[in-house]
Write a protein that binds this ligand. Structure first.
Ligand code: HPA
Ligand code: ZN
Length: 323
């Protein structure tokens, strides 16, 4: 098997706050004079063991408080993009969680400007293309999501799309119908996390009410044959994150991951990293993990990389270059 890290690829499910490595948590805390609830990098590393999605989210939001300035967001994204470049990424559509920052008094423009600084540099240096997907925290009130969207309406051209993340169970997608309608008016693409911990009943409204073009995780869709058929027939891409699902205990081990069954069902599956500094690997590491678990041949790995190009919101011209 050739080096899967070198295989050119596209990343479509990546939370930029989930690339905050423990060393950077401490460096930014010191730079910004913020005290942390952990004493050392080692103590933080010891906490990277999760029982479910919520146990991860608690740590993810606790660490995100070190991000305050435009330079912080630029440094965070620069570090991710350097690692992504080293693992073959040529195009990335990056999630960010503005409400995790605006709730602490950080302006949304500060976040967007910093992330775009790093993306512009990576484009110049390495030819990496892509953009930003603004995610709403689904466990906060819908009104807050609408306010967040209106606050960036004047710069919708700086965004690729909107998404929905954070705690899933108890917060069904249809709550956000108005938000997604407004996002569409602004010309933004629409994706959502669904079917990660929630069952098929969380995926259907993401498709039918929110009108998503791509489904993040979606692994529990397999429990509903009619849903699988709808996803297959419409060729809705699924952004699967194998190491994430193992670390958040969606499955016990990688060999039990449903990815092969999803491919057998004719779904448009892509492989991504989700929150690489928390889940033990960047995108190339996810490719290596699935290849080893399922003994996939090179043509399957190339097909997965090609699916990510198909599933991206890149222009047709750029897609042709990425293939
Ligand atoms: N699921 C939901 N919300 C998230 C995730 C995830 O995997 N990562 C960061 N926010
Ligand atoms: Zn995610």
């Amino acid at each position: 098997m050739p080096d899967l890290l070198a295989l050119p690829k596209t990343e479509l499910h990546l939370h930029i706050e989930g690339t905050l490595e423990p060393e950077m948590v401490f460096a930014l805390a010191e730079r910004n004079g913020i005290s942390l609830p952990f004493d050392s990098v080692d103590e933080l590393r010891e906490r990277l063991e999760f029982t479910d999605l919520q146990s991860f989210l608690d740590l993810y939001f606790a660490c995100s408080i070190v991000l305050r300035t435009r330079a912080d967001f630029a440094d965070l994204a620069r570090a991710y993009l350097a690692r992504a470049h080293a693992q073959g990424v040529r195009h990335v559509e990056m999630f960010f969680d503005p409400q995790a920052h605006t709730s602490r008094g950080v302006a949304v423009d500060t976040v967007i400007d910093g992330l775009r600084d790093a993306l512009a540099e990576a484009n110049l240096e390495w030819g990496i293309t892509g953009g930003l997907i603004l995610c709403f925290l689904r466990d906060l009130p819908v009104e807050k999501a609408l306010e967040t969207l209106e606050s960036v309406a004047h710069r919708a051209g700086d965004l690729v799309g909107v998404g929905l993340d954070s705690t899933e169970v108890g917060y069904p997608p249809e709550l956000f119908e108005r938000v997604y309608r407004r996002a569409r008016e602004l010309g933004l693409h629409a994706v959502a996390h669904a079917g990660e911990e929630g069952g098929p009943e969380y995926v259907w409204p993401a498709l039918e009410v929110l009108g998503i073009e791509r489904l993040d995780h979606g692994i529990r869709s397999l429990e509903d044959p009619a849903l699988v058929e709808a996803l297959r027939e419409r060729q809705i891409p699924l952004t699967v994150c194998p190491l994430s699902t193992v670390r958040l205990r969606g499955v016990d081990t990688m060999v039990e991951h449903p990815l092969p069954r999803m491919l057998d069902a004719g779904l448009l599956v892509t492989v991504n990293s989700d929150d690489p500094s928390y889940f033990g690997g960047y995108i190339g590491d996810n490719y290596v993990a699935v290849q080893q678990a399922f003994d996939f041949d090179l043509s399957t790995m190339v097909m997965l990389a090609g699916n990510s190009v198909t599933a991206s919101f890149a222009s047709d011209e750029r897609k042709a270059e990425l293939r």
